[in-house]
Design a protein around this ligand. Structure first.
Ligand SMILES: [Zn+2]
Length: 85
């Protein structure tokens, strides 16, 4: 997962991610494990944004970002459950 690839959904060029940063379409070569890693990265990024917004007093936006974090974590956990044991 080190080569960049063009998204089949929106055409955006993505770097070291298993799913498109813009629209979430999976890379043609991504495995469930790759997608779980990307979902965890996205959850971490949303969490950082949430903490920053809360620190800046934007509690409404921070609360919304909290839901984004939860959604990414749900994705990551669901994808991990798909990994072959
Ligand atoms: Zn896309």
């Amino acid at each position: 997962m080190t080569n960049s690839w063009a998204c089949g959904g929106c055409g955006m060029l993505n770097g070291d991610r298993a799913s498109c940063e813009a629209c979430g379409t999976s890379s043609p070569t991504a495995t469930a494990a790759d997608l779980a890693v990307t979902a965890m990265h996205d959850a971490a990024a949303a969490r950082r944004a949430q903490v920053n917004e809360a620190a800046g007093g934007n509690h409404e936006l921070a609360a919304l970002l909290g839901r984004v974090v939860d959604a990414h974590l749900d994705d990551a956990l669901a994808l991990r459950s798909l990994e072959v044991v």
